[in-house]
Ligand binder design. Structure first.
Ligand SMILES: CC(C)(COP(=O)(O)OP(=O)(O)OC[C@H]1O[C@@H](n2cnc3c(N)ncnc32)[C@H](O)[C@@H]1OP(=O)(O)O)[C@@H](O)C(=O)NCCC(=O)NCCS
Length: 266
């Protein structure tokens, strides 16, 4: 049966956020929502905290997807593209999504028009400066203008912009991190500045700074092909979500014209 879909449309990308630290009772309630494969993965975590956060992350993802697709969350089939990017099995053209989590925060981007990638990171002091291992020459030069706390924030802006682009692009770690440049400053709109072999990429891709909890950085990347797109934030309690009850918390008022081995910055 083809699921019906609550339309989002070409002018919006929906952003959902929830907290991954839940009571054991709540985790027990969420666990049956997961697929057999997800339950097996959950059982392989060494630390209970990681197991619980994984369950709360995947359950939240399924609850939100079920909300749009009008399907029970446990019945949503998830598969991956050849580079490991999760998608809805058999209906990937209906809804594009991407999930990110860091510490106790999960953020999820949903679009029915554009491939999306999202990255959220808790901002922690860097044990060593790893910028040159991950960032392009142009990005490292731009970062060199910052000092102290400003440097730390610029570093995380760059990290999440790159990671979100890699996740949206879909080629995973096969996309060399020095094959594209993003902006690192906070004063102008984030942008993809270049992508090797694709001179139209800066026009076709959009980056958005996300509204995150204090102490986190976050970016959304989307292949918006030059369309004006707003972010629409939802603050419903994701983990108690029922079909068709959500209301947007706020829209990002700024229209946006065209614009892994698991590495962790700290
Ligand atoms: C796994 C990866 C997708 C992101 O890892 P991460 O930042 O540690 O984790 P995030 O929380 O942002 O994203 C994890 C989620 O992304 C999704 N995901 C997994 N593989 C993905 C892929 N290839 N493409 C897009 N999304 C993916 C999954 O939903 C995953 O959730 P899960 O843990 O419930 O399975 C991958 O891009 C990676 O390892 N990147 C590191 C590359 C790197 O070195 N970046 C340096 C920064 S510039």
């Amino acid at each position: 049966m083809r699921p019906s879909l609550d339309r989002i449309g070409p002018n919006f990308i929906d952003i959902w956020r929830w907290n991954l630290d839940q009571t054991e009772r709540e985790i027990d309630r969420l666990f049956p929502i997961l697929s057999g494969e997800e339950r097996a993965r959950a059982s392989r975590f060494v630390y209970p905290e990681h197991r619980q956060r994984f369950i709360a992350g995947r359950a939240g993802l399924r609850l939100v997807l079920g909300h749009y697709l009008h399907l029970p969350p446990h019945r949503i089939g998830l598969s991956c593209n050849v580079f490991g990017k999760p998608r809805i099995a058999g209906a990937s053209e209906l809804l594009q999504f991407n999930l990110s989590h860091s510490a106790d925060v999960a953020m999820l981007a949903i679009s029915d028009h554009y491939p999306v990638g999202i990255d959220v990171e808790a901002i922690k002091p860097l044990k060593e400066d790893i910028a040159e291992h991950f960032f392009s020459k142009r990005e490292c030069e731009a970062l060199a203008a910052f000092r102290g706390d400003d440097y730390l924030h610029a570093f995380y802006r760059c990290w999440t912009r790159k990671e979100a682009f890699v996740k949206a692009h879909g080629a995973g770690l096969s996309l060399p991190l020095d094959s594209f440049d993003v902006t690192v400053d906070a004063t102008s709109r984030p942008k993809l500045e270049s992508l090797d072999g694709d001179q139209d990429a800066p026009l076709n891709w959009s980056l958005f700074d996300l509204a995150t909890p204090t102490g986190f950085a976050g970016t959304l990347a989307a292949l918006t092909l030059g369309n004006a797109v707003h972010l629409r934030y939802w603050n419903d309690d994701v983990l108690t979500l029922k079909a068709s009850v959500a209301h947007p918390a706020h829209n990002d008022p700024r229209p946006h014209q065209s614009g892994g081995n698991r590495a962790s910055p700290a």
